[in-house]
Ligand binder design. Structure first.
Ligand SMILES: NC(=O)c1ccc[n+]([C@@H]2O[C@H](COP(=O)([O-])OP(=O)(O)OC[C@H]3O[C@@H](n4cnc5c(N)ncnc54)[C@H](OP(=O)(O)O)[C@@H]3O)[C@@H](O)[C@H]2O)c1
Length: 273
């Protein structure tokens, strides 16, 4: 296995950029060629190209990370296939795109004559600060070495949870891929509520963010279930109980959160076609 893998990162926007930032901050960044229309960056281990045709002729990627929008996946695979030629056969694709199946991406690569193993991951944007979590699925075609490199690339930016079935990635997308947005919404709503009760924006913001950070740390550090941690801070007839009585009424969180996850899972299934 190469001690430092060579990675072609196609798409360096919000998600690809989060991975990129995380890799550069890790102790052993991969050797990187970034294919993106906007990204500007240079360094010993990084070169940035605007089109696939500019990928250096001597660059042999071990892994091609696809982090473009699903709608342009075929166009990008086609351009990379034409640029790499036979080099494509020595690489594996790691897609972080929502929805697109391993089969559809392998078929797109095959149109260029390349028989390429495809792995799929669903990371999330906290990867940019090394606090991501990714679901990872590897098709049978991937070698043990390719699986290890992909695991390690994702592990460099957070935790990795392998999934047995590709179909499970839809619910992974709904829970952790989209999940940071749900927590940001909670922060937004707590901040607004604090201000409505007369706190300054700065104080409301510090309280909301500090609370989510501290609760997240407790979930991470302590062995207790989330339910036990909730019960431990809820005295009978106390203030927390008063708020939870509103949040846990049958028409509130216990009903709407599963509905939201259902909607996101269904959308991920639809994108997979
Ligand atoms: N955002 C998230 O939280 C998240 C989480 C998990 C997974 N994902 C997945 O990550 C993928 C990317 O999402 P994103 O939010 O990061 O999108 P994004 O911010 O639009 O990033 C995509 C980048 O790729 C560039 N690009 C597209 N086609 C290109 C081409 N042919 N040549 C060079 N550069 C090209 C785009 O440039 P242009 O703007 O010029 O097109 C853009 O800079 C999606 O498939 C999504 O499902 C996202």
């Amino acid at each position: 296995m190469p001690s430092v893998p060579s990675v072609l990162l196609a798409g360096c926007g919000k998600m690809g950029g989060a991975l990129f930032d995380g890799w550069l901050a890790s102790p052993t960044p991969p050797r990187l060629v970034v294919l993106d229309r906007h990204r500007t960056c240079s360094g010993d281990a990084v070169s940035v190209v605007r089109t696939a045709a500019e990928i250096p002729a001597d660059f042999q990627p071990d892994i091609i990370v696809l982090a473009v929008k699903p709608a342009v996946a075929e166009i990008v695979i086609d351009a990379i296939g034409k640029a790499l030629g036979a080099r494509m056969n020595n690489a594996a694709i790691l897609s972080v795109m929502a929805g697109r199946t391993c089969k559809s991406l392998a078929d797109a690569a095959r149109l260029n004559g390349a028989d390429v193993p495809v792995l799929r991951a669903m990371p999330n944007t906290p990867s940019a600060i090394g606090a991501g979590i990714s679901g990872l699925y590897a098709s049978d075609m991937a070698t043990a070495e390719q699986k290890t490199i992909c695991h390690d690339l994702l592990f460099a930016v957070g935790d990795v949870v392998p999934v047995e079935k590709e179909a499970d990635l839809s619910v992974v997308t709904a829970i952790s891929g989209s999940g940071p947005a749900y927590v940001f919404l909670l922060a937004e709503l707590l901040e607004k509520a604090g201000q409505q009760h007369g706190l300054s924006p700065t104080v409301a913001r510090r309280l909301a963010r500090g609370t989510i950070y501290g609760a997240g740390r407790m979930l991470d550090d302590m062995p207790d279930s989330a339910e036990d941690l909730r019960k431990a801070v809820t005295s009978p007839n106390g203030t927390t109980a008063a708020a939870l009585a509103v949040l846990m009424k049958s028409d509130a969180w216990p009903e709407t959160v599963p509905k939201a996850i259902d909607a996101a899972t269904k959308r991920a299934d639809e994108l997979a076609g």
